[in-house]
Design a protein around this ligand. Sequence first.
Ligand code: SAH
Ligand code: SF4
Length: 374
Amino acid sequence: MTDNKQNLIGLSRDELGEAMAMMGEPVFRARQLFHWMYHRGETDFSKMTDLSKDLRARLPEHFVVARPTINQALVSEDSTRKWLLELPGGGEIETVMIPEKDRGALCVSSQVGCSLNCSFCHTGTMDWVRNLSAADILGQIMLARDEMNEWPSGVDGRKLKNLVMMGMGEPLLNFENVARALQIVMDSEGISISKRRITLSTSGVVPMMKRTADELGVGLAISLHAATNELRDVLVPINKKYPLEQLLQACADYPGARNARRITMEYVMLKDVNDSLADAKELVRLMKKYKVHAKFNLIPFNPWPGSIYECSSGNAMHRFSDYLNEQGYSAPIRTSRGRDIMAACGQLKSASENTKLKALKEKRARQEKGPNEG
Ligand code: SAH
Ligand code: SF4
């Protein structure tokens, strides 16, 4: 709700139909609205020219087509773009656009903060604040399209071609809203990004993996990061609840993983923690034991103020990558994009919080000094 008006973004086609019925309109209006909102990116009812004049005037009395507000927009030297967004319901999140030559990926957040406390992740140090609504999730994608001038959908040469649910938060702990948003994203009459171009990254919420396959069919990435339970318990604490055996069995059962569509295993490279040849060997043993068709993504650790880890050396990362390649697994070392604008997980949000905190501390120091001394 925005100013007591309902945001139409995030409503399913059926719900849009119900909203139109409440206005005394035929159900096919929902299809027209859907087209304007998700194919054309229109936010202004008065420009929806195939609706009657009367309806165009009445819609804004009850509804809005809302977008998140941009608090900060940054462009990196390598053209990575990052938006720090204020949500209509309150809370700040970030959305990152990583351009590639002929295609780009938008990295979308699913929660404000995260409850899972992975020890190498900056978002994990923040408290969980709330789950994003479907409108909040869709809003990130629609705003990126606005900013890059990529409406209407379906035109060739768009940069925003791929979506990764890899921003702030754990998408599978907010499944209902993530699923609702992705259903709308995949709808061929709207934003129309196919399930083959969507990847959802999870730290391993095993019970929700089957529903992800059945209801969404999107690609799956697992934040694996360790080859033993002992180490994974420390790096990705949800492992204590769903240990490697359960996680890897769920991966083996993920449809599509058996044939063309491999599961991506994300592996953050931490110096002297998980980057030895023995770790790589254990990973291969596990993939074979559970018959998981995997590819690896080796992510250089992105340090943040106060982090207790360091990034592995180039040598260690290459040795690791080479071994996995020899064993038949693709294992590129990801280049860190947008480092200069802190485009790694959770960094910008915290930077802005730090600035706020600093301002608050300074204010308090001035107050303590008293009005005559400062
Ligand atoms: N919660 C989900 C998705 C968001 S995190 C998940 O954990 O999968 C997206 C990816 O960034 C994850 O693989 C995460 O482990 C990784 N990541 C988090 N902090 C990082 C850091 N400081 N350096 C490198 N990768 C990091
Ligand atoms: Fe949450 Fe993912 Fe960060 Fe872990 S890595 S704290 S699950 S956002």
